[in-house]
Design a protein around this ligand. Structure first.
Ligand code: ZN
Length: 270
């Protein structure tokens, strides 16, 4: 299989978050010739939206996603999601990534939580459409159903998309969906129009922490080239966003080394 186009590489700033603020990440991308960036909102707030927009524009970077909106089962979800849509609009982000939220505090009713999430997305959808901000539902690995997201497969996410229509799609994060026996079929079902983001890293064996031990591409067991072939067959032309939460390894390293490794592994292992 042909290596991917290096100009499609994007940095999800979580990958370097322990050592770089957003301004440093933007400058780091420019320095390493990486054309895409996906900021997290805590780092965005720290820098300030205006400054972030001007710095990203001055380096001519594409914002491949804003992380994140969602958490629809939390108390202040509506205002927070409205702000997230405004920020994504100002950044001209390809999408606002939705981590939809888990069970409300004290509840065990998973079915109801999922209903509530669908309703909440339908409530913010008109604003998102008006702002030209596509909403990308990111299914999370089922181990996070209780606390972070009770949409756990691409199939479930696409069922919500089908119900809600224009303006909602999915972010395919290999870390969350690599194990799914229906992955190929559901990527095909999503198609070009609904795949709004593609997040890459690797699944380490053993995994020492369920959230913060993601691996660099090539260091684990995900068949990244195969998944990319499915994504490409579906017609997705967009960025490959490297998102690595790694408390014990990559967050400890010099971010310039992380960026160099990311570039190499994007070509050799993804
Ligand atoms: Zn992701």
């Amino acid at each position: 299989m042909k290596p991917p186009d290096p100009s499609l590489l994007s940095l999800n700033t979580a990958t370097v978050k322990a050592r770089w603020n957003l301004a440093q990440a933007i400058e780091g991308c420019a320095r390493h010739g990486i054309r895409g960036i996906a900021p997290w909102r805590d780092k965005l707030a720290e820098l300030g939206l205006k400054k972030a927009v001007s710095l990203i524009r001055s380096h001519d970077l594409s914002v491949t996603g804003l992380c994140r909106g969602g958490f629809f089962t939390a108390k202040d979800w509506l205002d927070d999601n409205r702000r997230a849509i405004e920020e994504a609009h100002a950044l001209e982000a390809d999408c606002l990534v939705l981590v939809v939220g888990g069970l409300p505090e004290g509840s065990k009713d998973l079915i109801k939580a999922r209903e509530r999430i669908k309703e909440s997305i339908s409530m913010i959808l008109p604003e998102a459409r008006a702002a030209g901000v596509p909403l990308a539902i990111e299914p999370l690995h089922p181990m996070q159903a209780a606390d972070r997201a009770c949409i756990n497969t691409l199939e479930q996410a696409l069922d919500v998309c089908d119900a809600l229509g224009e303006g909602v799609g999915v972010a395919v994060d290999v870390y969350h969906v690599w194990w799914d026996p229906k992955l190929e079929e559901q990527i095909r079902r999503a198609g070009r129009k609904r795949i709004l983001g593609y997040h890459i890293c690797d699944w380490l064996v053993p995994t020492r922490d369920l959230a913060f031990d993601r691996g660099m591409m090539g260091d684990g067991v995900i068949e990244l080239k195969k998944v990319r072939s499915w994504i490409e067959a579906a017609g997705y032309p967009g960025f490959h966003e490297v998102e690595i939460f790694s408390e014990r390894d990559w967050w400890q390293r010099d971010p310039d080394e992380v960026m160099r490794t990311m570039k190499e592994r994007h070509l050799s292992a993804s």
